[in-house]
Design a protein around this ligand. Structure first.
Ligand code: ADP
Ligand code: MG
Length: 299
């Protein structure tokens, strides 16, 4: 992307009021935070769950800001996280007394615990959620991929896909702020293509409109071919992306069979990585190949 600033960051909601299309979730979140402020939490932890790009992370950050809470954000699927947060939020922690300050512990990818964390990590996470001395906020895409004991120990708050008309409206505000004259039909087309994922809509708008003074319907309509991901774009995400989920998502947009994708990765891996990283890459690829073989046999 040409710009140094991603519009998804520039226009990230900074207050809960700015979280669009998820009023019920925001209300539940507020009630939970207020209960912590009163010193009688209705739950130690909440789980914000729902599709990507619907405002979960933004809501978590806006909440901390709104309540003047300190916050720390970690990846729950990282095996080292459980130990680290135990120190901050474990039952023995008196950090509230020392600093007089609450600290919101934000744990992203909580539906991914069985991926990289060992069993001990998952158990530590559960213990933490049950006994925490600080508000804990888990984020997940798939609620039912979170282990049941963890689900039972926390309060679930559902985020839903954002409606196209709501997304289009938000895109219009961005166009205004950027000084770009945007055709409403073009914005509606971008919004509809995003399928409820606001992050992807804002990214598509930036790709199509940044640097222009005007965005016309045909700019977006002709962009359709570019949007259909090329194999090279997907390889870039697989090799340089920040999460496995992102890579998986990108592969869905690709018009290639999984077998062909594996071949592409196989051929390009040594160009992207060396040494131990390359070795890990081949190891993952071999696993993918095995799983694919199993799927093939079952069908
Ligand atoms: N409900 C929403 N209201 C306003 N903007 C949103 C919303 N959901 C997503 N966005 C936009 O998408 C970006 C990514 O949102 P994020 O909160 O990280 O989504 P999630 O954590 O659910 O994947 C935000 O910075 C913002 O630009
Ligand atoms: Mg997020």
């Amino acid at each position: 992307m040409a710009s140094a600033v991603k519009w998804t960051e520039r226009y990230r909601p900074t207050s809960l009021k700015e979280i669009l299309g998820n009023g019920k979730a925001v209300d539940e979140l507020l009630a939970w935070a207020n209960s912590w402020e009163r010193g009688a939490p209705i739950a130690g932890a909440v789980i914000l769950y729902g599709p990507a790009g619907t405002g979960k992370t933004s809501a978590a950050l806006a909440l901390a800001r709104q309540f003047g809470w300190d916050w720390i954000e970690m990846n729950a699927s990282d095996a080292r996280t459980a130990g680290a947060i135990q120190k901050i939020a474990g039952p023995a922690s008196q950090s509230r007394t020392f600093s007089g300050q609450r600290r919101l512990v934000i744990l992203d990818e909580a539906d991914n615990l069985h991926g990289t964390a060992d069993r001990g990590g998952a158990a530590a996470m559960l213990k933490l959620v049950r006994d925490t001395s600080q508000p804990v906020l888990l984020i997940a895409n798939e609620y039912y991929e979170i282990e049941k004991p963890l689900r039972d120990a926390a309060k679930g708050i559902q985020f839903r896909s954002v409606r196209s008309t709501t997304i289009a409206q938000a895109l219009r505000e961005i166009c205004k702020a950027e000084g770009i004259a945007c055709d409403p039909d073009a914005l509606m087309l971008i919004a509809e293509r995003a399928g409820g994922d606001m992050r992807s809509a804002v990214n598509d708008l930036q790709a199509a409109a940044e640097g222009s003074r005007e965005l016309k319907l045909e700019d977006v309509a002709t962009a359709e071919r570019d949007v259909k991901s090329s194999i090279f774009k997907v390889l870039e995400i697989i090799f340089k992306g920040t999460s496995a989920r992102e890579a998986l998502q990108a592969s869905y947009d690709l018009d290639e069979s999984p077998e062909d994708l594996i071949n592409w990765v196989d051929e390009n891996l040594p160009l992207a990585y060396q040494g131990e990283d390359l070795w890990h890459g081949y190891e993952s690829l071999a696993r993918a190949d095995i799983f694919l073989g199993r799927v093939g046999r079952r069908q």
